[in-house]
Design a protein around this ligand. Structure first.
Ligand SMILES: CC(C)(COP(=O)(O)OP(=O)(O)OC[C@H]1O[C@@H](n2cnc3c(N)ncnc32)[C@H](O)[C@@H]1OP(=O)(O)O)[C@@H](O)C(=O)NCCC(=O)NCCS
Length: 177
């Protein structure tokens, strides 16, 4: 089984990130990752040099890790703390760029690792993930990683000619069970 790790971003990851964020026309991952946002805020298209220049000025953050398959970047995980600071509630995000890697268990593995890392590195008591009713892969992967649906806002998102539920899933700190 290929080795899946979460690690710091390295300079050689930037070309992969740039390809999937700027070079590919209408990449499929954007149809799944909050597509209702992508329609309104078109990402400014950057050249690789511009992308690298911007990245060089961004300070490293412990709230963002590269998903690496046999050490090669295939996506990323993020986290942010819900206000108020120190309140014990964190929200995670995940994307695997290339559809060729979807549906084979990698998302579940990355999410399981990122959840454990977040519980270990932060004061999180509860971690949430937010997606939409059409993203069955995300919902299923989150459930496999120990999350349970905790909120559903009916028909909150307009996308692709119809309305979809916004879905939130939660995982409580293992010691709270
Ligand atoms: C969401 C994402 C991270 C999940 O990772 P993944 O590697 O595809 O997920 P996994 O293979 O671990 O799990 C997917 C589950 O959905 C099931 N599944 C696969 N294809 C499916 C499909 N077309 N429809 C419904 N379920 C599907 C799989 O069988 C699996 O369930 P199982 O473990 O019970 O068999 C990944 O698909 C991705 O990055 N998608 C694009 C960006 C995105 O949607 N990000 C999340 C935004 S909230």
């Amino acid at each position: 089984m290929p080795d899946l790790t979460l690690r710091e971003r390295r300079p050689d990851d930037l070309a992969v990130e740039w390809r999937w964020s700027h070079a590919e026309v209408d990449p499929e991952w954007k149809l799944w990752d909050g597509p209702y946002f992508h329609t309104q805020h078109k990402t400014q298209s950057l050249t690789l040099a511009e992308f690298m220049e911007r990245a060089a000025h961004k300070p490293p953050s412990s709230n963002r890790k590269i998903i690496a398959l046999d050490d090669v970047c295939i996506g990323l995980v993020t986290r942010s703390e819900e206000a108020p600071e120190g309140g014990g509630w964190w929200e995670l995000g995940i994307v695997i760029y290339d559809p060729a890697y979807w549906g084979g268990g990698l998302g579940t593995r990355a999410l399981t690792l990122w959840t454990a890392t977040t519980f270990a590195e932060t004061d999180a008591h509860v971690i949430t993930l937010t997606t939409w009713g059409g993203n069955e892969r995300m919902v299923r992967a989150a459930e496999r990683a120990g999350y349970r649906e905790c909120a559903r806002i009916p028909e909150a998102r307009a996308w692709n000619g119809r309305r979809w539920d916004s879905v939130k899933l939660a995982s409580l700190h293992p010691e709270s069970h």
